[in-house]
Ligand binder design. Sequence first.
Ligand code: NAP
Length: 308
Amino acid sequence: MSEILFEKIALIGIGLIGSSLARVIRREGLTNHLAISTRSQATLDEARALHLGDSYCLDPRDAVHDADLVIISVPVGSSGAVAEQIAPALKPGAIVSDVGSTKASVIAQMQPHMPDHVHFIPGHPIAGTEKSGPAAGFAELFQGRWCILTPLPGTDQAAVERLGRFWEACGSRLDTMDPNHHDKVLAIVSHLPHIIAYNIVGTADDLETVTQSEVIKYSASGFRDFTRLAASDPVMWRDICLHNKDAILEMLARFSEDLASLQRAIRWGDGDKLFEMFTHTRDVRRSIIEAGQEVDLPDFGRQAATKN
Ligand code: NAP
């Protein structure tokens, strides 16, 4: 059963992730006051119209004033500037966290601004869609999904446990990880697939022998799945590429090597090798379904999952 976990929570950034948090915080009654701050008046007005919080402000310092938990949900390249802005207004003892898709860079940007009297605990919910903005969020987004915390050495364990309880109350399963390890894992399971999707959709669009209308008209499900990933927010993905550069380049190098080996198998008609590889990858998908991280439906259950 849920309870008030923090007297006041401040959400800085109220897009897909921030607004999903706002919805689940309200649904579960996790705070007495939910303060919302975002950069633009238009997004703030949208959040207010959706009744996502109890108070709304453009200046994040007003939102974090007296807040016991602050969660920053902005593109990773902006987390340092936000940290610098809110630092003087943070309440002693407050927990400050984020949801950024890269961790080492966010820590490098935010930590220098964090006063000693707060608990800075970076985090990343492994949950999302290709949509952005306050209207795109939904309370069930984190249900059954992992949230990875990457606490720094010496962080107060009680604060880490308190933040963990919060994410569990939002429906998440919890894990902790070293930030650099997180960045490598995410480079392979999330960043590389998005980069491949951006690339393949771009290639199809550039092909001179196949018109764009044919690409759209005959788009098979394989290509359609890539277009879903390639429709993800360009600012967010630009920042992820810039801020997880080393791990992404390492994974891209591995990927290129394996692709060359696949290319060779096709060129030499090595059916056994192709069959062996495709059988193995099928097992990987089965394991993901068995782990409850995917459903075995043609649309991956997304119609149901992304409804408000
Ligand atoms: P989003 O829907 O595009 O919302 C972004 C929010 O950040 C908006 O409130 C926006 O404010 C604000 N913002 C944008 N640029 C800013 C800047 N330069 N300074 C201050 N605020 C700024 O993004 P999102 O999908 O919620 O992603 C937020 C974070 O969650 C990112 O770090 C991303 O890596 C991480 N994440 C995303 C997913 C996903 O699938 N989307 C999954 C896990 C983690 P205005 O609208 O007022 O400009």
